[in-house]
Ligand binder design. Structure first.
Ligand SMILES: Nc1nc2c(ncn2[C@@H]2O[C@H](COP(=O)(O)OP(=O)(O)OP(=O)(O)O)[C@@H](O)[C@H]2O)c(=O)[nH]1
Ligand SMILES: [Mg+2]
Length: 399
């Protein structure tokens, strides 16, 4: 049930205890610190597998980098990564991608025991096992070892664009892309399922690091999100802010996480209560509300007027974004909206979210109005952002 008791990041009891011990004066500060908690969760991904499978290239792509960019993982046609190297996500250094040496690197020659002396293979949270071409004994050995740790792994075949090209060349007019992809997937899954290393074909991803908008790159991003515990998941979703890999699914996931935050922002604002709203007996922290709205705008990739992406949108969408900025960009407008929303019916609608029973009526009104405002406008932004994304993708496809 989505009520106050089930606030993933903070429980009603926790908040009540806090108020009992500290009084209400510092609630806003406390709740705000919880809102930023997603920035402090560390997630360690091991990117492992045989040499030359596309591990380092994948890390660059998920970080939104070209291979030649400064700070990108080294990528080469010959074996390349020699030692585990950690890469931070560009907008959240708590997200770590560990680029591991290939287990078939000449130094280890597929000797897993030797490999584990130099690489702390068991110590990561989640594993992305990259295979190359047909499955080999080395891939299976690695999967068995990781399976024995009981942690989650995905099996990935990158360089799929090459397979498709090769099949096109040899099958000529008989070429069928879906059949080619299914054949590759089946051959991997049969091998893994037979050995009890995989439960479901869905845990195999066929991707191309050179064409991340094709094949299953996005599905892989989604699958990584889905298996992480709630807070880690929120953490990763909110740090995907890269136009290259922003997809409809990611956008919807982001909206879900942003919705979860509304209760916190409404609580913090009601308790901080710095700005009295004219015409009604409530106060709210307008600066906090505005900063949350700006957070939505950046998270949902709603391009600002004057930017290149904005100029690519159709004029109707541009007008909608401009209208949105006009309403939400000014303190006056926001306090006007809050005054209009501060009604008993709004409080009633959201009363099940109000954290502290017996709260002064002013705080409840402020909470309800802020909750309503953020929910309503986040919904509007989602609609426009989905449209804008569709138009941007359309533009990329047609060029
Ligand atoms: N066509 C194609 N080439 C790829 C893809 N991913 C990587 N490559 C190329 O494959 C080669 C090896 O890529 P890396 O990312 O260095 O491979 P790695 O798994 O990190 O290799 P090691 O560090 O040696 O273990 C490079 O030439 C890449 O450009 C892909 O999806 N498609
Ligand atoms: Mg590498």
């Amino acid at each position: 049930m989505d009520d106050f008791k089930s606030w993933g990041m903070l429980s009603a009891e926790e908040l009540r205890d806090y108020v009992e011990q500290n009084g209400v004066s510092r609630v806003a500060e406390y709740v705000t610190s919880k809102l930023d908690a997603w920035k402090n969760v560390v997630i360690q991904f091991a990117v492992c597998g045989v040499s030359g499978a596309g591990k380092s290239t994948f890390i660059n792509r998920i970080r939104g980098l070209e291979d030649i960019d400064t700070g990108a993982a080294e990528v080469d046609v010959t074996e390349c990564t020699k030692e585990p190297k950690c890469y931070d996500h560009p907008s959240n250094p708590k997200i770590k991608f560990w680029d591991l040496p290939g287990i078939t690197n000449p130094f280890y020659k597929g000797d897993l025991e030797e490999y584990c002396k130099n690489v702390p293979l068991d110590e990561y949270d989640t594993y992305l096992i990259f295979a190359k071409d047909r499955l080999t004994a080395d891939d299976l050995k690695l999967a068995e070892r990781i399976r024995s740790t009981g942690k989650k792994f995905f099996f990935i075949r990158a360089r799929i664009d090459q397979d498709v090209e090769n099949a096109k060349r040899s099958r000529k007019h008989l070429f069928d892309e879906d059949a080619t992809l299914n054949k590759i997937r089946k051959s991997i899954s049969q091998n893994l399922i037979e050995r009890g290393l995989l439960n479901d074909e869905k845990e195999i991803f066929l991707i191309s690091n050179h064409f991340p908008t094709k094949y299953q790159f996005d599905e892989l991003t989604q699958a990584i999100l889905a298996i992480l515990p709630q807070r880690q998941r929120e953490s990763l979703i909110l740090t995907i802010d890269n136009a290259l890999i922003l997809s409809k699914n990611t956008l919807k996931e982001k909206v879900k996480v942003l919705k979860e935050r509304i209760k916190f922002v409404a609580t913090a604002s009601a308790f901080a209560a710095t700005v009295p709203i004219p015409g009604v007996s409530i106060s709210a922290d307008i600066a906090m509300i505005q900063s949350e709205i700006n957070f939505y705008i950046s998270q949902l990739g709603l391009s600002q007027e004057g930017s290149n992406r904005f100029s690519l949108l159709v004029s109707n969408t541009q007008t909608q974004i401009k209208a949105l900025s006009a309403v939400l960009g000014s303190t006056m407008q926001i306090s006007g909206l809050l005054a209009a929303y501060a009604t008993e019916s709004v409080v009633k609608e959201f009363s099940r979210y109000i954290p502290i029973i017996g709260t002064a009526i002013g705080s409840s009104l402020s909470f309800g109005a802020t909750y309503y405002l953020l929910t309503k406008w986040l919904g509007e932004m989602e609609e426009i952002a989905l449209k804008a994304l569709e138009e941007t993708l359309e533009n990329v496809r047609s060029h």
